[in-house]
Design a protein around this ligand. Structure first.
Ligand code: AOS
Ligand code: ZN
Ligand code: ZN
Length: 387
C-alpha cells in the first residue's frame, strides 16, 4: 500500500469551504433551537468560521448566503474576513424565502416574479464583484406538489432563459454552480431534481457553468460516486456540498452516517482530477448543526474530510490496476478496502504538528476557551438564524 509519507504533501492542497449558515441557529421543521454564543452578525459568523480554520488549517474560505448575510459594505466585510485569516467564498443566492416565490422563482409562471428572481441573482454577482468570490451557487426550491399544477416543460424553458441572463452577467473569472435536489420543499416535481438536469442546463450555458453535487440530495441507494466520476469525466463537477444523511436531506456532519460512502466519493474525486492543483471542483460543507455546538461540529466535519481524503490517496492504484487487468475481483476489492480500513489519525496528528497546527484540533479548540468567550460575550441582540 502507498505510505503516508508518499501522500503527505498532497494533503497541503485540501481546502474545505464552510457555510456561514452553519454557525447560526437551526432546527427541524418543528422548531429552531437557540443556543448560547450564536452569532448575531455576519462578522460573528465569519469569526467562528475563522476559528475552524485556525485550529484545523483546512477551512480558508467561508460561503455567504444572500440575503441572510446582506451587509451595507461588502468591501469592509472582505477586509474583516482578511483580518480574521479567511476569505469570502461562494455566494449562495436565496430565492426561497420571499412570499412571491411560493409557486416558484426562476420557473414561476409570472414573468415579473421570474424577473425578480433573475435580478436577485444579478445582485448576488454584484456582491461577488466586491467580495472577490469566484462562484455563484444557485439552489432553487422550485417545484410543484400536485400533478397538473405546473407546466413542467415550460418551466424548464423559463429556467433556461433566466439562467442565461444570469450567466451572461458573470465576470471573466466568475462561475455559476447549479445545485440539484430530488425533492423538498416540493413533493411532486422539482425543477432541478438531478445531475442530468443540472448538467443539461450548465452545458448549454457555457464553460463557466458547473454542477454542484450536494451529497444529501439523492434518492436512497443512489450510487453517488458514479455521478462524481461521470461529472468529472464531463468536466462539469464544479463543487460539492458535503453533509451526510440517513433518510433525506438530513444535513448531518459529513462522514457521520456513512464513512465508507465518503471514502468512495473521494476515491473518484482523486481519480478524476477533482482534487489538487488545477482542479475545478470546490469542496464545501452544507450542514445545519442542530443539537451539537456549531464550531466543533464544523471542526469534526473538515477533519472527517481530511481523514477520508488521506485514505483515498493511500489507495494503491498501480496494484489495483494490475488486479483489474488480471480480472482478480477479490484482490481488487481487498486493495480498495485496505485503503479504507487504514487508520490515519496518528499520521495526521504528526502532519499537523509539522505544520504548526494542533495535533488534535478538536481538543485544542475545546481547551482554548473560545466557546466560553463567545457564550459570555454574545448576549443581547438577535441571534442569527438559519433563515
Ligand atoms: C438545500 O437543500 C440546499 O442544500 C442548498 O444548498 C441551500 O442553499 C442550503 O442548504 C442553505 O439552506
Ligand atoms: Zn446544499
Ligand atoms: Zn440540501
Amino acid at each position: 500500500m502507498t505510505s503516508f509519507e508518499a501522500v503527505a504533501d498532497q494533503l497541503d492542497h485540501l481546502a474545505v469551504e464552510v457555510p456561514s449558515w452553519a454557525y447560526g441557529n437551526s432546527g427541524t421543521r418543528f422548531k429552531v433551537f437557540g443556543s448560547p454564543g450564536t452569532p448575531r452578525t455576519v462578522e460573528e459568523k465569519i469569526a467562528d468560521a475563522a476559528a475552524v480554520h485556525r485550529f484545523t488549517g483546512l477551512a480558508p474560505t467561508v460561503a455567504l448566503h444572500i440575503p441572510w448575510d446582506l451587509v451595507d459594505d461588502f468591501g469592509k466585510l472582505k477586509a474583516y474576513a482578511d483580518d480574521q485569516g479567511v476569505a469570502l467564498g461562494t455566494i449562495n443566492s436565496n430565492t426561497f424565502q420571499d412570499d412571491d416565490y411560493k409557486l416558484g422563482s426562476l420557473t414561476h409562471a409570472d414573468p415579473k416574479i421570474r424577473q425578480k428572481a433573475v435580478d436577485h441573482n444579478l445582485a448576488c454577482i454584484d456582491v461577488m464583484d466586491q467580495t472577490g468570490s469566484r462562484d455563484l451557487k444557485i439552489w432553487l426550491a422550485d417545484g410543484t406538489n400536485y400533478p397538473g399544477q405546473g407546466d413542467i416543460r415550460a418551466r424548464q424553458d423559463w429556467l433556461a432563459e433566466g439562467l442565461r441572463t444570469i450567466y451572461d452577467r458573470l465576470g471573466g473569472d466568475q462561475r455559476m454552480v447549479l445545485e440539484y435536489k430530488f425533492f423538498e420543499p416540493a413533493f411532486y416535481h422539482t425543477d432541478v431534481p438531478d445531475w442530468g438536469t443540472s448538467y443539461a442546463h450548465v452545458s448549454a450555458l457555457g464553460p463557466k457553468a458547473f454542477v454542484c453535487l450536494d451529497t444529501g440530495h439523492h434518492a436512497p441507494g443512489t450510487n453517488i460516486e458514479f455521478i462524481v466520476a461521470q461529472l468529472l469525466r464531463l468536466g462539469r463537477l464544479g463543487s460539492f456540498d458535503f453533509n451526510s444523511r440517513f433518510y433525506a436531506d438530513d444535513d448531518l456532519i459529513v462522514g457521520a452516517a456513512d464513512p465508507f460512502q465518503l471514502f468512495r466519493i473521494l476515491v473518484e474525486v482523486v481519480r478524476g482530477g477533482g482534487y489538487g492543483e488545477g482542479s475545478q471542483t470546490a469542496l464545501m460543507l452544507d450542514q445545519c448543526h442542530n443539537i451539537e455546538k456549531k464550531i466543533p461540529g464544523q471542526i469534526r466535519s473538515v477533519l472527517n474530510v481530511q481523514e477520508m481524503l488521506t485514505r483515498a490517496l493511500l489507495l494503491d492504484t498501480a496494484a489495483l490496476d494490475a488486479a483489474r487487468t488480471d480480472g482478480d475481483v477479490l484482490l481488487a476489492n481487498e486493495i480498495y478496502m485496505d485503503a479504507f480500513y487504514t487508520d490515519v489519525r496518528r499520521d495526521l496528528a504528526g502532519w499537523r504538528e509539522q505544520r504548526g497546527l494542533p495535533a488534535d484540533p478538536m481538543r485544542a479548540f475545546l481547551a482554548s476557551g473560545y466557546q466560553d468567550d463567545i457564550e459570555a460575550a454574545r448576549v443581547g441582540g438577535t441571534q442569527a438564524g438559519w433563515n
